[in-house]
Design a protein around this ligand. Structure first.
Ligand SMILES: [Zn+2]
Length: 460
């Protein structure tokens, strides 16, 4: 009898082990990154010669090399001479525009999370879920779903005709009375926050803000009202900063306003890289848009489909634009430096979807521009792309820094980004919730996207 039971237990055990070995996902192996310089984004100085242990997708221990015990069977990466930063955020992107095929481009660029600022909510919420469940490779997504607009603006876009399926991207709010139902609709979709772009009136703006508060959703978006109204409304972030810039106010008036914005914890996402794109002459922009092989800009070869159709439309709009933006952008940069000085959080966003913005890649340009134009130090730029977004979204308990217990979203760099912020482009590896992609893995990832874009390979 005893023997029979033992045999039964043994058989069950064999069956159990067989099931384990047949599972699609191999059992998680711990990952160890040794002898690396950790830039943890907590505000601490870089720590050289550290060992970071990752188990079950999280950072399980960090310590001086040699002082940390290494789990048996762990995959060990010798990262001597390399630098480890938290996974980067793009805080302003339009993924429904950049398209499904561009999602791996973010990962290949170390952009492990994206704040999506509006688009086709069905697509966005599906991708958000599939990525969270590990069924799709792409950045973590927080999204507004559709963008709230003044109804007349939506009507105009539809009348003029556009590549974008307007009704899937935008929700028109005709007046203050309809604000509550519009916000309720977006809330019911499962959006993470409410994005406003244009409003029919100040009353409508206030009503949208009140409805967002009632539904416990943060209000973010363009400066659709005066800075004072934005503060009153409790809007959490201002996209693209203030356009026109605040040049009619005296330096003292601006300083006073920026102090108030800082204490109200209003962040600003300048999307400086869009400024660069807008300053690109028409001929050059048109040539890059049609340059499928990426001869003019190597990043172009990864793009295809709807994004390029939308780019073509934007190229035509550019041809008609006759406005000197140089002065506008230099005054905006002045505002941003003053904001930064006043303690306002500046967040890196690319507005991916816009002409000449390259999904994933352009985030590195934005970091450089935050240093060059807004006066951030390289360390501040790294914190603005890691810890600040997590804090902004209220998820700093699990993301944003390299600390024990945090989700292991990490970027391994070949050079020191504190010496030159452009080193964030020199990626040696990326960990997404502890899943490590080596440089070779990332190159393969890019090659797949390129093949798909050139039509040589269908999407998997
Ligand atoms: Zn945008």
């Amino acid at each position: 009898m005893k023997n029979k039971t033992t045999r039964k237990v043994f058989l069950l055990l064999v069956l159990f082990l067989l099931t384990l070995s047949l599972r699609a996902d191999p059992p998680a192996v711990a990952l160890v990154i040794r002898r690396v310089t950790v830039i943890d984004a907590t505000g601490a100085q870089p720590k050289p010669d550290m060992t970071v242990v990752i188990a079950d997708g999280r950072i399980s221990s960090i310590g001086a090399d040699g002082s940390v015990s290494l789990p048996k069977g762990a995959r060990v990466i010798d990262a001597q001479g390399k630098f480890l930063i938290p996974g980067l955020w793009d805080m302003h992107a339009h993924l429904a525009k950049t398209g499904e095929n561009t999602l791996p481009l973010f990962i290949a660029n170390g952009v492990t999370s994206v704040r999506d600022m509006g688009g086709d909510y069905e697509l966005l919420l599906r991708w958000r879920k599939e990525i969270a469940e590990g069924k799709r490779l792409g950045p973590r997504i927080k999204t507004s779903g559709p963008i709230l607009e003044s109804a007349s603006n939506v009507e105009r876009m539809k009348r003029e005709g556009t590549v974008e399926p307007v009704d899937r991207f935008r929700l028109g709010v005709p007046n203050a009375e309809s604000a509550e139902s519009a916000v309720a609709r977006v809330s019911a979709m499962g959006a993470d926050f409410i994005k406003v772009r244009t409003v029919a009136s100040l009353e409508t703006y206030r009503a949208i803000a009140a409805a967002a508060q009632k539904h416990n959703l943060a209000l973010v978006g363009h400066a659709a009202a005066s800075p004072e109204e934005i503060i009153k409304a409790g809007q959490r972030s201002v996209e693209h900063s203030f356009i026109p810039p605040l040049s009619s106010r005296s330096p003292d008036q601006r300083a006073d306003l920026f102090r108030k914005m800082a204490s109200a914890k209003i962040a600003v996402t300048p999307t400086l890289v869009v400024g660069e794109a807008l300053l690109t002459p028409y001929d050059k922009a048109a040539a890059i848009a049609e340059d499928r092989q990426g001869r003019l800009d190597i990043r172009r070869k990864y793009l295809s489909g709807y994004l390029i159709e939308d780019w073509r439309e934007q190229v035509l709009e550019k041809k008609e634009a006759r406005m000197d933006l140089t002065k506008l952008f230099s005054e905006r940069a002045r505002d941003l430096r003053e904001m930064h000085h006043a303690g306002i959080t500046l967040l890196p966003g690319t507005d991916a979807g816009v002409l000449l913005i390259f999904p994933g890649f352009s985030l590195h340009d934005e970091l450089r521009l935050l240093v060059e134009q807004a006066g951030l130090t390289p360390m501040e730029a790294i914190v603005s792309a890691t810890r600040r977004p997590a804090e902004f979204l209220g998820i700093e308990q699990s993301l944003g820094t390299i600390e024990r217990g945090k989700i292991a979203d990490l970027v391994l760099l070949d050079a020191n980004p504190l010496d030159d912020i452009r080193a964030t482009e020199r990626i040696a590896g990326v960990a997404v919730a502890g899943r490590f992609f080596s440089k070779a893995d990332l190159q393969q990832m890019l090659a797949r996207v390129e093949a798909e874009a050139s039509g040589k390979k269908r999407s998997e």
